[in-house]
Ligand binder design. Sequence first.
Ligand code: ZN
Length: 388
Amino acid sequence: MDSAALRDLLISWANINSGSDNFPGLDRMRAALAAEFATLPGATVEHLPLADTPAQALRIRVRPTAPVQLLFSGHYDTVYEADHPFQRCTLLDERTLRGPGVSDMKGGLVVMLAALREFERTSSHTAQLGYEVLLTPDEEIGSFGSGALFAAAGASRKFALGLVFEPARPNGDLVHSRKGTGNFVVTCTGRAAHAASPTRAGRNAIAALAEFLVGAHRVPDELPGVMLNIGNIRGGGPATNVVPDFAEAKLDLRVTRLADRDPFIARLLALAAPINQRDGLHLALTGAFNRPPFESGPVEAVALAAWQTSARELGLAPFTSVHTGGASDANNLAAAGLPCLDALGPLGDKLHSAEEFVVLPTLAERALLCARVLAKFASGEVKLPPVP
Ligand SMILES: [Zn+2]
C-alpha cells in the first residue's frame, strides 16, 4: 500500500473546509469523495437529499446481492467552520500530520477507501461480500438530517455488521459501545419582589435552581452508568435588589444502557418534586436523548476477535475495544438494530481542537487490517453470528 499516496489524499481532503454549516464546502467535499469511491469496481454512487438541511449524503453500493452484506459509515463534516483559524494541514514530522479533520474523520475515510480497494484487489472471494458506504454531512451537529438513513439501514435487516471509521483511541483501541447522549434544559420560575420586601414576598428562582443543580450534580455518584454535566446557567437581571423570578441551566446527560434512561430522569424529577411543592416556585425539566446508547453484543465480540487476530497476523501492535462516553453514528445504527464496531480509523488525538493530528503510518496499517478482516468475512473463515 502506497503510504505517501494515502497521506497526500488525506491532505487534499482535509484542506477542503467542510464544517457542518459550510454547505458549499460540504458539496466540494462530497464531490471529491464521490470521485474516489466511484472507482471501486461496479460501484453505484447516489447523492441523497436530507430533511432539514441543504447538505446531502453520499451512498455507494457494491454487489448489493452478495450473500454477506456490510454497512460502512463515515461522516465528512468537521467541527471547523469556514471562519475557524484552523484550515490547513501541517506535516509536523514524517509520522505526524496536523490538520482539520485528519483524524475525525477524513483520516477514517481514507482508511475506509484504502481498505475497500485493497480487499477488491487481493481477495479471491469478493463475489461473496457486498457493501454499502454511507457518507454523511452532519455527524458533528447530531446527525438530525441523516438519522433517517441510519434508521432505514438498520431496519432493512440487510447488513450483518456496521463498520464506523471514527478515529481509534490514542492507544489504538477500538470502540464496541458508547454512551447515549441527551440535551436537557431545566427552568425555574419564582416570584419577583423587592429584595428588602418586609413581607418576604419574593421567591428566588436562582436559589431554587442552584439547590436542584447541586443534587443533580451528585446523581452520577449514586446511579451507575450515567453522566451529567451542567453546561451553563443563567438567571436574574442587572439589578441585585430584585428577587429573580427566572433561572435556567443546560444539561448534558449520558447513559450507558437504554435501561438507565428512565431511572435517571426519575431521579432528577424526584429532586425537583420538593422544590415544586413550595409556594411560588416551579422547576421544569425538558429535553430529549438524541442519540441512544450503543450497546454491544455477540456480533461485536466476533468482529473484534477478527480484528485482533488479523492484527496479530500482520504483526501490528495489540489492542482491545473499550466503552466510551462520546457518541457517534454507531449509536444511531445500533439503535436501529445493527451491531457495530467503531473507531476503525487511524490513530490520532486532540480532536475538535486546532491541535488535531493523525499518526500517518496508521492510515495504511488500519486499512490493511480492515482489508484482511473483510477477506476473512468473504471467504467464510470468520462467520458473523446472526443479528439479534
Ligand atoms: Zn467523528
